[in-house]
Design a protein. Structure first.
Length: 124
């Protein structure tokens, strides 16, 4: 089985997406499933990433907590995006993890990937 490696913690091996940590690698989901990223668009702060259904649940819980608090404005910037898993999108996720504030441009860069546009220099 050929291993496709991307800089950062996520990598694809066969039909599965894995997350590399200090203990080894953990299967996140199959590559046929959707990937999710939750972030604060106002602060360009990455909050959660992984299997889309789990990230969606986390973001809903966070939004409810903020909305029910004395600081409901914090929920306004919460953003959740899903996309298909592939070499380019996972490389972009890895870059978002490594580069502070990069997640603020994630929707724009996902659109560029979908359109086959050149993203310019990436992290390697």
């Amino acid at each position: 089985m050929m291993l496709e490696h991307f800089d950062g913690p996520y990598f694809i091996d066969g039909d599965a997406l894995y997350f590399r940590n200090q203990s080894g690698a953990i299967k996140v989901c199959d590559t046929t499933e959707l990937f999710g990223v939750g972030y604060d668009a106002q602060e360009a702060m990455l909050l959660k990433h992984g299997q889309a259904s789990l990230v969606a649940e986390y973001m809903e819980t966070l939004a409810a907590a903020f909305s029910g608090s004395h600081m409901p404005g914090l929920a306004e910037g919460l953003t959740f995006v899903t996309f298909k898993i592939g070499p380019e999108t996972i490389e972009e996720v890895n870059a978002c993890i490594q580069v502070t504030n990069r997640v603020g441009r994630l929707p724009e860069r996902l659109e560029m990937i979908a359109n086959g546009e050149d993203l310019g220099p990436t992290l390697h």
